[in-house]
Design a protein around this ligand. Sequence first.
Ligand code: NAD
Length: 395
Amino acid sequence: MIIKPKVRGFVCVTAHPEGCAAHVQEWIDHVKARGPISGGPKKVLVIGASTGYGLASRVTAAFGSGAATLGVFFDRPSEEGRPATPGWYNTIAFMQAARAAGLYAKSLNGDAFSADIKQQTLDLIRADLGQVDLVVYSLASPRRTHPKTGAVHKSCLKPIGQSYTNKTVDTDKGLVSTVTIDPANDQEIADTVAVMGGEDWELWMQALSDAKLLAPGAQSVAYSYIGPDVTWAIYKNGTIGMAKNDLERAARHIDSLLKLNGGGRAFISVNKALVTQASSAIPVVPLYISILYKIMKAAGTHEGCIEQMQRLFATQMYGGHTPKFDEAGRVRVDDWEMRPEIQAAVREIWPRITTENLAAETDIAGYRSEFLKLFGFGLPGINYDVETEPHVPMP
Ligand code: NAD
């Protein structure tokens, strides 16, 4: 079939297999070009491994330090005549490249929140790897079925305490408008913490520890975002921010667990705001990202997921370095985003953005092309006008 992008709001309902593979190859090429990461991880479990920061972590571990990787993710497989979600194609491309390079790579497609997928993962580690020395926790999900209670928790992106009004952009149509979001109630806050907070990460790490599948000195990292005050009401101080606070609580708990296991550690890395499937669903944030990209590209400091994760591994976690923690014990690879001159420029542009000047004042074009790339569209060297086979089985 001929596969073209079909954008519906903030998702694209199609994905291109060869385009996704080309995108993954760009990431692999970046990591290879940066050279080997000395002392890097050797056996890595990535939870949320098929797109965004989790996939970038997997690519960095494999192609930066020759790691065996096991990836867990939740994607819709391809069918005859129907494309998969992009993480399916990304994972296939990654596994083919890793295996061609002589690296172990296996994947489990299923609900990481479930006891069943956790058990399958433990069994696979025991059988194939013995132990893991790094666990990357990079889930972004709209819902979680609790493994003990069976309750279905749905996360939401809302302010807390009072309603929030700010500018936002319809990235597909290029329309700037004002959005007002009502505050979350207590149940919505608790549900968002249940989905995006730290309990599931703790369950994973406890299960791995109990099963003696963590190598002495094993590390674990999960990802968070803080951002500038223009987004705080919807992010840092909103429902998702409460979940991220809980993730930090879990990091401290897991850190004490890992310290007892041969001096390992767990921590949060605060990453840059980037176009991913998760971030495109947050009101206001895509407009911020469009402005940020413009300013950081002009400053020569723009990074994508792969640049961020390569820098995290090479300059904070491995390569002879130890993490440099902020006052709250977090690693900050959002440091270039948060530089005062970058944020001053965002603050200066923000009030004057309108639909009319959006293209000139922001990098909305860059946002759009990055968004389409997530689904395998707009990659150089791919002919999107020819027939392509959407059904690609997992190797
Ligand atoms: P993403 O949507 O690109 O990736 C999410 C991953 O989680 C995918 O591999 C998906 O398959 C997997 N997943 C979702 N639900 C699952 C489930 N039930 N079981 C198994 N796998 C499941 O998201 P992302 O933006 O890379 O986010 C990853 C983490 O990074 C999140 O914690 C997010 O808050 C954080 N982060 C994102 C940004 C950003 O701007 N995108 C910035 C800083 C931090």
